[in-house]
Design a binder for this molecule. Structure first.
Ligand code: GDP
Ligand code: MG
Length: 344
């Protein structure tokens, strides 16, 4: 499945610097059919120790990690919701992403201007969230006007939609700076609005720890969001914890496959999906002609590998120990499962 994250922030916050750091690691994009050729999109591998171990114990060198598409979205400025700067275009790009990384500038550098003329990550945090809220308010109010007239019929669904929209509007008007994903899941029609404030957020505070006011990090924590501190101007590579945190906030789990002697691969999926649907991620045929699957937790496979000579096949050994389970189509895949699909 495709994972996309937008990099958002005021101009000169360090977004493009982060993007460059993220994308300097080459990925074999041939494996990813959804890959778009666009200079503002970078395909970034998710660091994965389990995949590394799987490669070591099987002796298969070719590793295909899960990847995240990072989008370098042009700067947001105060009043972007009214079309200031690149305004609406920028907001449309955020809508297409599943989550956002918000870059806040904390670094001092007189040579790099700031649109607000001073360095204040907390203020920038407020500006960005205010813009997201104001844009959502516009979306919700427009939809509500329609929903109110449709609810006059008294139809249950229409009434509920109106009530939920009203609830969201009220909380946005109260200046709510809190993510609202719970709203978006209650009702498909609300999910379709793709509200910007419903996107999961991750903060990258660009600067030295001592330049960052406590109030800024505590505000972020109060939102239930995570933050990573990095001085992007002085690092060689993108902070790994940013990529792993990004993967985590997307709410995914990973399963693994060992394809013959060719490659080991990590597959991101939503929690709770059936093994038949998971097989469909590999190949649509695997889903349609699914018979059963052999499954083992990777830790158990690593344990099997530790108990034999390096030249032995850990899968066969685990099998001989009776550690590999047979699962039917409705089995819910667990994080860390290694799967071999049997199909017709
Ligand atoms: N001193 C310092 N300069 C930085 C840092 N991050 C970015 N810059 C510089 O700030 C300028 C704007 O960065 P850029 O990534 O293009 O910002 P964007 O507008 O958010 O994409 C560039 O000249 C960067 O070299 C940092 O952590 N420290
Ligand atoms: Mg830029």
């Amino acid at each position: 499945m495709k994972l996309s994250i937008g990099i958002v922030g005021l101009p000169n916050a360090g977004k493009s610097t982060l993007f460059k750091l993220l994308t300097q690691q080459e990925v074999h994009i041939a494996h990813y059919p959804f890959t778009t050729i666009n200079p503002n999109v970078g395909i970034v591998p998710v660091p994965d120790k389990r995949l590394d171990t799987l490669s070591e114990i099987t002796g298969i060198k070719q590793k295909v990690p899960a990847v995240i598409e990072f989008y370098d979205i042009a700067g947001l400025v105060r009043n972007a919701h009214k079309g200031e700067g690149l305004g609406n275009q920028f907001l449309a790009h955020i809508r297409e992403c599943q989550a956002i990384v918000i870059v806040l500038r904390a670094f001092q550098n007189a040579g790099v201007t700031h649109v607000e003329n001073s360095i204040d990550p907390l203020r920038d945090f407020e500006i960005i969230n205010a813009e997201l809220i104001l844009k959502d308010l516009e979306t919700v109010r427009k939809m509500l006007a329609k929903a109110e007239s449709e609810a006059r019929s008294g139809a249950k669904d229409e009434v509920r939609f109106r009530d939920e929209l009203t609830e969201i509007k009220d909380s946005l008007e109260r200046g709510l700076t809190k993510n609202i994903p719970s709203y978006s899941h209650k009702n498909i029609k609300i999910g379709e609005l793709q509200l910007l404030t419903a996107k999961k957020q991750l903060y990258l505070i660009n600067g030295k720890a001592e330049d960052i006011p406590n109030e800024c990090t505590s505000k972020i924590a109060n939102l239930g969001a995570e933050f990573v501190i990095a001085d992007l101007g002085n690092v060689e590579e993108a902070p790994r914890e940013l990529i792993t945190a990004a993967y985590r906030i997307l709410g995914l789990i990973t399963f693994y496959t060992i394809a013959g002697k060719k490659e080991v691969r990590a597959w991101p999926i939503r929690k709770g999906i059936s093994i038949r649907d998971a097989a469909g991620e590999i190949h649509t045929d695997f889903k349609e002609k699914f018979i059963r699957a052999e499954v083992i937790q990777c830790d158990k496979l690593f344990e099997a590998a530790r108990s034999v000579r390096s030249s032995s096949d850990p899968w066969q050994l685990a099998k001989s120990k009776g550690w590999i389970r047979l699962e039917g189509r409705d089995y819910a895949v667990s994080d860390g499962d290694v799967i071999l699909v049997k199909h017709g």
